[in-house]
Design a protein around this ligand. Structure first.
Ligand SMILES: Cc1ncc(COP(=O)(O)O)c(C=O)c1O
Length: 387
C-alpha cells in the first residue's frame, strides 16, 4: 500500500488495517506483557512485549512508510531514541553533532555518554566545511538537527549526506521540527531519522514518544536489538495514541506552518521585536536551503511552525508573556495548541553560558510553537500582548 498511495492515505491506513478477528475499524491495543506459545520455540511472531508488541509494530510500520525508511524502531521518548542510536556505537567512536542541538541531547552526550567512552564534537553544521574539518579516522556518525531548537538554524541535508558518503560515515537527522510531512531526510541521503514523537506525530500534548527510522535492514536490526536489550519502549497505549494522532499529521503541520508564516511576518514588521527568526523569511540566513529541502510530499515548500523572537529587554518579554492568552508558557511544541518557552532558562538551562553565547541564545529570546487555532485569533492576541 505505501508505495502507490499518497502521504495522507498512508498516515491513515499503514499499520491501521481493521482488526481481522472482529472487524473493529480502530485496531485493538494489545495490553499484554507476554504471549502464550504453542510449543517450545513455536509462537505467532510475538514472545515478550519488550521485544515485540503488535500495537507498537503497527506504529513502526506507519512511521517507516511516512519517512520512506526500511523500518522504524519506537521508544518511550525522543531522548530514549537518540540514546539508543548512540548506544549501538563503541568506546572511542567519534560523533559530530550540530552545536545548536536540543538541550537534552547536549546533556545526554556531554554528561552521560561521554563517560562511557564516546567522543563528541559540536560544530556549526550550517557551514558544512566545519563538518569536513571535524572528521577524524574514528568518526562514525554525523548527527544534525535541522531546523535547530531554538535558533532555527538550517543545515543542508544533501550536502552533509555527500560528505558522509565520501568519508564512509553514517548520517542521522533529528527531524522533530519538520515531521515527515515537512521533510524526509532519507530521500536526501540520511541513514537514520530521529523524532521526538512527543511533538508533531503525537500532536495533542498528551503522550511522550520517540522513534528512529532506519534506511536499511542492517541498521534497523542493530537498533531493534538495542530497543529489546535496553527496553526503553513505549507502552502499547502510548503506541496506539501515536498511531491515532499520526492520521491527521499532514493537515495539522500544514495549518500550523501557514499560521507561523503570518505570525513571523507580523513580528518582523513590528519595531517592538528586535529580531524575528523564521526559516520562511527572506532575512533568514538559510532561507534558500529551507526552500530546497523543506518540501511536503506534494512538492510544496513548507517552513514549519516554530518562530523565535528576540525582545529589546527581558522585562518587555515578561510583559508579553503575562498579557498573552492563547500561547501557554510551557516546554514542547507540535501540539494543536500554541505554546511558548524561554529556552535560555527552560529547555537549554543545562547548556553552559559560553555555549549559549556562541550560538546567540540570549535570555530575551522567546520561542513560539504555533498551533492550529484560527490565525485571526492568534494575531489579535499577539497584537494585544504587544500593546
Ligand atoms: C528537537 C528535539 N529533539 C529531541 C527532543 C527530545 O524528545 P523527548 O522530549 O520526547 O524526549 C526534543 C524535545 O523537546 C526536541 O525538541
Amino acid at each position: 500500500m505505501s508505495k502507490e498511495n499518497k502521504f495522507e492515505t498512508n498516515a491513515i491506513h499503514v499499520g491501521n488495517r481493521p482488526d481481522p478477528s472482529t472487524g473493529a475499524i480502530s485496531p485493538p491495543i494489545h495490553l499484554t506483557s507476554t504471549y502464550v506459545q504453542d510449543g517450545i520455540g513455536q509462537n505467532k511472531g510475538f514472545d515478550y512485549s519488550r521485544g515485540t508488541n503488535p500495537t507498537r509494530e503497527r506504529l513502526e510500520k506507519n512511521i517507516a512508510a511516512l519517512e520512506g525508511g526500511y523500518d522504524a524502531i519506537a521508544f518511550s521518548s525522543g531522548m530514549a531514541a537518540t540514546t539508543a542510536l548512540l548506544q549501538h556505537l563503541k568506546q572511542g567512536d567519534h560523533i559530530i553533532i550540530s552545536r545548536n542541538v536540543y538541550g537534552g541531547t547536549y546533556r545526554m552526550t556531554t554528561q552521560v555518554l561521554s563517560n562511557h567512552g564516546l567522543k563528541f564534537d559540536f560544530v556549526d553544521t550550517t557551514d558544512t566545511q566545519n563538518i569536513k574539518d571535524a572528521i577524524k579516522p574514528e568518526t562514525k556518525w554525523v548527527f544534525i538537527e535541522t531546523p535547530t531548537n531554538p535558533m532555527l538554524e538550517v543545515t543542508d541535508i544533501a550536502a552533509v549526506s555527500s560528505i558522509c558518503k565520501e568519508g564512509n560515515i553514517k548520517f542521522a537527522v533529528d527531524n522533530t521540527f519538520m515531521s515527515p510531512f515537512g521533510q524526509r531526510p532519507i530521500e536526501q541521503g540520511a541513514d537514520c531519522v530521529m523524532h521526538s514523537s512527543t511533538k508533531f506525530i503525537g500532536g495533542h500534548s498528551d503522550v511522550l514518544g520517540g522513534v528512529l527510522v532506519a534506511k536499511d535492514k542492517e541498521l534497523a536490526d542493530k537498533l531493534h536489538f538495542i530497543q529489546k536489550s535496553g527496553g526503553a519502549i513505549p507502552s502499547p497505549f502510548d503506541a496506539w495514541l501515536l498511531l491515532r494522532s499520526v492520521k491527521t499529521l499532514g493537515m495539522r503541520v500544514q495549518k500550523a506552518s501557514d499560521n507561523a508564516m503570518v505570525i513571523a511576518k507580523y513580528f518582523e514588521a513590528n519595531s517592538k521585536i528586535a529580531k524575528t527568526i523564521y526559516p520562511g523569511l527572506e532575512s533568514h540566513p538559510q532561507n534558500s536551503i529551507s526552500k530546497k529541502q523543506q518540501i511536503t510530499p506534494h512538492g510544496d515548500i513548507i517552513f514549519g511552525s516554530m518562530v523565535s523572537i528576540v525582545f529589546h529587554s527581558k522585562s518587555e518579554m515578561e510583559d508579553f508573556i503575562k498579557k498573552i492568552n492563547l500561547f501557554s508558557l510551557a516546554e514542547s511544541l507540535g501540539g494543536v495548541e500554541s505554546l511558548m518557552s524561554v529556552p535560555y532558562f527552560m529547555t537549554h538551562a543545562d547548556v553552559p553560558e559560553d555555549v549559549k553565547a556562541e550560538m546567540d541564545l540570549v535570555p530575551e529570546l522567546l520561542r513560539l510553537a504555533v498551533g492550529v487555532e484560527h490565525i485571526d485569533d492568534l494575531i489579535a492576541d499577539i497584537e494585544n500582548a504587544l500593546s
